[in-house]
Design a protein around this ligand. Structure first.
Ligand code: CP
Length: 334
């Protein structure tokens, strides 16, 4: 990958924005939720490119584009030529088109490009480099919005910030991000973005997980820095009782272990004893709100009683994807 081509602006990681700008977008999202009229951008076009499945992100971006009067160009990974992202490759295998052409071609058709690309293959370190997302950002020539990569999910984090505001959860409240059991090792994008979002919001953030399921050191360091800068704190613990005591919000999410990355057999054996990491009403006490980005496996990640109970705000989080992305698109196009 060239180191000289500048990255296009857009949004890759929420933590790259100043907290005041995130707050402005969250305020705008809440205004749009309660009826403010969106701006209109006649003649502008948004490209949506999904290399992985989606329900919320796809539907909410389509609806946000319609609210703003944008034309849409939609593509799925299984509808395009196999894409190559590595430099210097002899392309005589399965990939038929390089990102160096695909990204700028799309960039010539649209004013903004939004991409979902987890890039699940390879070592943990290779995934962390986010080569497909970074290739689009480098070569598209237009602003690129990350709709979830292997590393970050900034649109989810922005919607979650706005949802915390909607429910008047104070900045200095205790926010617990807890690992939950799941049959598959999932990417780190959501937990990475959630941890940094809560830290940048100035909350007292607790990462609760079994030993061996901590997030990457670099993400922990960034979250700690953000928390310190914004008046909050970061604690990493394996002690469930201590973590949940006094929590205002419990955000459940599953993710894969770094140590077993890419080895499904050893990962499955490693997490076999962790099935009790399923959120029940007892985790929430009388007042903690329950959060999850969805999709969620019922009675695996959280019980029916949690999801159907009055403390769950998962549908508000999902609704805020629409308002937060409308606010983000307005801002990037203005
Ligand atoms: N939370 C989220 O990004 O949902 P989808 O994968 O359905 O888009």
């Amino acid at each position: 990958m060239s180191t000289t081509t500048p990255l296009a602006p857009g949004l890759d990681h929420l933590g790259n924005l100043p907290a005041a700008e995130i707050q402005r977008l969250a305020d705008r999202a809440n205004a749009l939720r309660t009826g403010a009229a969106p701006q209109r951008f006649a003649g502008k076009a948004l490209g949506l490119f999904f290399l992985n499945p989606s329900l919320r992100t796809s539907a909410s971006f389509q609806r946000a584009a319609a609210r703003l009067g944008l034309e849409l160009v939609q593509l799925r990974g299984d509808g395009v030529w196999g894409l190559e992202h590595q430099d210097g490759v002899v392309m005589d295998g399965t990939t038929a088109e390089h990102l160096r052409e695909a990204a700028p071609v799309l960039g010539r058709y649209v004013d903004l490009l939004a991409v979902r690309a987890f890039h699940g293959a390879g070592s943990f370190e290779e995934c962390r480099q986010d080569p497909i997302m970074q290739g689009f950002r480098r070569w598209a020539g237009v602003p690129v919005i990350n709709m979830e990569s292997a590393r970050w999910h900034p649109c989810q984090a922005l919607a979650d910030w706005a949802t915390l505001d909607q429910h008047a959860i104070p900045k200095r409240a205790k926010f617990v991000l807890s690992w939950a059991w799941h049959p598959k090792p999932l990417p780190h994008a959501v937990p990475n973005s959630t941890l940094c979002m809560a830290a940048q919001r100035g909350m007292d953030v607790v990462l609760l997980c079994p030993p061996g399921l901590e997030l990457h050191d670099e993400v922990l360091a960034e979250a700690e820095q953000l928390a310190t800068t914004h008046g909050g704190s970061l604690t990493v613990t394996h002690d469930r009782e201590e973590a949940l005591h006094g929590a205002a919000a419990v955000y459940a999410k599953s993710w894969g272990s770094q140590q077993h990355w890419g080895d499904l057999e050893s990962e499955t054996a490693f997490r076999a004893a962790l099935r009790d990491w399923c959120v029940t009403p007892a985790w929430l006490g009388d007042s903690a709100r329950f959060m999850h980005c969805l999709p969620i496996r019922r009675n695996v990640v959280a019980s029916d009683a949690v999801l159907d109970g009055p403390q769950s705000i998962v549908l508000d989080q999902a609704e805020h994807r629409l308002h937060a992305q409308t606010a983000l698109l307005e801002s990037l196009l203005s």
